[in-house]
Design a protein around this ligand. Sequence first.
Ligand SMILES: NC(=O)c1ccc[n+]([C@@H]2O[C@H](COP(=O)([O-])OP(=O)(O)OC[C@H]3O[C@@H](n4cnc5c(N)ncnc54)[C@H](OP(=O)(O)O)[C@@H]3O)[C@@H](O)[C@H]2O)c1
Length: 323
Amino acid sequence: MGAALALGERGRGRTTPNPNVGCVIVADGIVVGRGWTQPGGRPHAEAMALAEAGEKSRGATVYTTLEPCAHISTRGPACSDLLQLAGVARVVVALGDPDLRTNGAGVARLRDAGIAVDLGLGAAAARSAMVGFLMRRQHGRPAVTLKLALSLDGATAMGSGASQWITGPQARAHAHLERTRHDAILVGRATIDADDPTLDVRLPGLEARSPRRFILSRTPDLHHPAPDCALPWENLAAPDAIGTLQAIDTMLVEGGPTTAAAFLSADLVDRLLLYRAPIVVGGGRTLPDIGLSDLSEAHGSWAMTDARTLGSDRLEVYERVRE
Ligand SMILES: NC(=O)c1ccc[n+]([C@@H]2O[C@H](COP(=O)([O-])OP(=O)(O)OC[C@H]3O[C@@H](n4cnc5c(N)ncnc54)[C@H](OP(=O)(O)O)[C@@H]3O)[C@@H](O)[C@H]2O)c1
């Protein structure tokens, strides 16, 4: 299942509206098929792995990070049908599919056909890998990551507004990698005015993975820098309008502090990426009020899931703890 999860990562940020599933087929202890959801969402991971395994899938065990789909679409057959036709003996599934067209029906169809099904192996990792797909199905909005570059004293910019650069090249390269894992990036209007960022991906080989770009602004139909530029900017009028965005299941909010606070106040941040540089700024710009009336409200909201050193900077990753 670990190998299937790793394959699923290849599709991260490229498969919306479908989930980035990974699949491995094992026969007699040997991997005979590998698949992951292809850009745009099709073929599905299981279909790709079965195509590679061919006849070797007869009697094999399939590891897949999401319940095989039960619905026939105009874009392809149901994976639960493909698995039956291939004659697999056992399917190990990390996570049930909340999509109402499947939602248990995929597992039921496999079991009805005499295929052994085990559910739950690697469920937590699968949930984290497909967080955008799950958030869209369960809460009707994209999963939101907030990225901030901070000084040791919590400044996002100097008092003058200058913020290029707080962190070093390794941290900035990591932030570019994060961009490739999201369907969209958003910054506030004042960040555009101050920094004129391109917000594209400039990692060698990954330039084509730049996500859609949004400006948070109350000014409707804002076009920046020009309506006809190759990668146009789109406008978002308020944080809670993210649910209306089509084909966006994951969004990376890159500041500035007013925008960060607006998303935090609306409780729309699911993951925090804090890149902390070993500098003290003093008198810098920090986050404005996010509507807390007591410190006790701040405690227990975030759990650290990762921490690492990037050059001379430190990255801390937190996930929102919700009941
Ligand atoms: N360290 C970092 O990680 C980082 C990242 C990015 C930027 N920065 C720095 O941060 C500074 C800019 O940040 P900032 O806080 O001044 O501004 P900002 O967050 O970039 O943009 C503020 C603008 O966003 C729009 N906005 C904010 N809340 C909104 C809401 N609830 N609904 C609709 N629109 C909303 C408004 O645009 P309209 O006025 O058009 O309505 C507002 O003027 C710059 O100095 C930049 O260099 C630092």
